[in-house]
Design a protein around this ligand. Structure first.
Ligand SMILES: [Zn+2]
Length: 205
């Protein structure tokens, strides 16, 4: 029986060849996996290679929409298209269709919950999309919020060096505290929970 606390590191807004690649280097250094929520429109020939290397290093690629728009006011057909095209682009990269969806800006509506055939993943963030949040604040805010089963929400948008540096504080501290890092699907599996479609999770207990 393994009683280690579990945590999933997740990264939004990639892929890109710079910051995504730097995040992968840090994950590799500590031998931990991550889950990347990709924006379909950010997948091009170059960034697809970076995304593929993420998958090859044990990370999961999931869906963060096609255009990164707030989708809560969209028509059903537009919502479905955001999901479908991004699914196809991700499947073309890694051969696997995403199981999870992170809504841009965590904007959701009943319509989205009805017509998106995936489990919604939120997570606990440290506002790392905001440049004015320092590396130390990113580390401190994250470490203040963690608990067993936590999904940690970070961003690997191009140029977000602060989060690359913060990872070098967050990961070793959490390892020291006895956390084991897993992908989001592994988190559900290890907790013995079936991800429910249309529901949103920040912690898997
Ligand atoms: Zn985003």
């Amino acid at each position: 029986m393994n009683n280690k606390a579990l945590a999933a590191l997740t990264f939004d807004d990639g892929p890109n060849t710079s910051t995504t690649a730097q995040v992968l280097e840090v994950l590799k250094k500590y031998n931990v996996p991550g889950t990347f929520f990709l924006v379909g429109n950010n997948i091009d020939e170059q960034s697809a290679r970076t995304a593929l290397s993420a998958a090859e290093q044990g990370c999961e690629l999931e869906n963060h929409s096609l255009t990164h728009s707030a989708m809560s006011d969209m028509e059903e057909s537009a919502i479905r298209e955001e999901l479908r095209v991004t699914d196809e682009k991700i499947k073309a990269v890694c051969g696997r269709t995403p199981q999870f969806f992170r809504p841009p800006y965590i904007a959701v509506s009943d319509k989205m919950h009805r017509c998106i055939d995936k489990t919604f993943i939120c997570g606990l963030g440290c506002d790392d999309w905001d440049e004015s949040v320092t590396v130390q604040q990113r580390i401190d805010r994250t470490l203040e919020q963690i608990c067993d089963g936590v999904i940690i929400l970070l961003h690997d948008a191009k140029g977000n060096d602060g989060t690359v540096k913060a990872l070098d504080g967050i990961i070793p501290k959490m390892l020291e505290q006895g956390y084991e890092f897993v992908t989001v699907s592994e988190l559900f599996r290890r907790k013995g929970k079936t991800p429910v479609k249309g529901e949103m999770y920040s912690v898997v207990e």
